[in-house]
Write a protein that binds this ligand. Structure first.
Ligand SMILES: CC(C)(COP(=O)(O)OP(=O)(O)OC[C@H]1O[C@@H](n2cnc3c(N)ncnc32)[C@H](O)[C@@H]1OP(=O)(O)O)[C@@H](O)C(=O)NCCC(=O)NCCS
Length: 160
C-alpha cells in the first residue's frame, strides 16, 4: 500500500468514499445522486479541491485507490455534522470494503494528522455515529468526544 497527498483529480474517488462513510452500516442511506444533491452532505466534496482542503489517498501497489481521508473547513452558516468552529477542519474517511481491517485506515489517519500539523492547524474534528466501530480507531488516534448531535458524537483531536 502507498500513501500520497489527495489531488484535484481524486474528486470522483472522494465521492465514492463519502458514500461509504455515510453508508458505513451497510444499510444504503444515500445513493450517489442523492448524496451529490443533498447540500448538507455534498458540501464535504463540492468544489474539491479548494485552497484549504487537504487529505491523503491510500493506493494498492499497482496504483488503485483503496481509501482516503480528507479535511475541509466548513462554516457556522453551513456546518458539517462534526462542526466545531470555522477554524477547525472536519475529517471524512473511508476504506473500500475488502480492504478494511488491514491498517489502511490507521495509516491514513496518521498521515492526515501529519499534514494538519505541517500546516499549523490547531485541531481536527469529525462526527461518528454511535454504533460505528470506526470510533475505536478515532479514540486510538487521540480524538475525544466534545459534543453530541442526534445519534452521533462530535470528536476533536487537539494538535500540539
Ligand atoms: C473506518 C475505516 C476507515 C477504518 O479503516 P480500516 O482500514 O478498516 O482501519 P484499520 O485496519 O487501520 O483499523 C481497524 C479499525 O478500524 C475500525 N474498523 C474496522 N473495520 C471496520 C468497519 N467495517 N467499519 C467501520 N470501522 C471499522 C475499527 O476501529 C478497527 O479497530 P478495532 O479492530 O479495534 O475494532 C473503514 O473501516 C471504513 O471505511 N469503514 C466504513 C466507512 C466509515 O465508517 N467511515 C467513517 C465514518 S465516521
Amino acid at each position: 500500500m502507498y500513501l500520497r497527498a489527495a489531488a484535484d483529480s481524486d474528486f470522483p474517488f472522494l465521492v465514492d468514499i463519502l458514500l461509504h462513510a455515510f453508508n458505513w452500516s451497510g444499510e444504503p442511506t444515500f445513493t450517489k445522486d442523492q448524496l451529490l444533491n443533498t447540500p448538507a452532505v455534498s458540501h464535504y466534496v463540492a468544489g474539491w479541491k479548494r485552497e484549504q482542503d487537504f487529505g491523503t489517498v491510500a493506493e494498492t501497489d499497482d496504483g488503485r485507490p483503496i481509501g482516503a481521508v480528507w479535511a475541509r473547513l466548513l462554516s457556522q452558516a453551513d456546518p458539517g455534522y462534526g462542526f466545531v468552529s470555522d477554524a477547525i477542519p472536519e475529517l471524512t474517511m473511508g476504506v473500500l470494503p475488502g480492504h478494511r481491517g488491514s491498517g489502511a485506515g490507521t495509516a491514513l489517519m496518521t498521515a492526515v494528522v501529519e499534514q494538519a500539523q505541517g500546516l499549523g492547524i490547531d485541531a481536527l474534528s469529525l462526527s461518528v455515529e454511535d454504533a460505528n466501530p470506526a470510533r475505536r480507531l478515532y479514540e486510538r488516534a487521540g480524538f475525544r468526544k466534545v459534543d453530541r448531535s442526534g445519534d452521533s458524537d462530535t470528536m476533536l483531536l487537539r494538535l500540539p
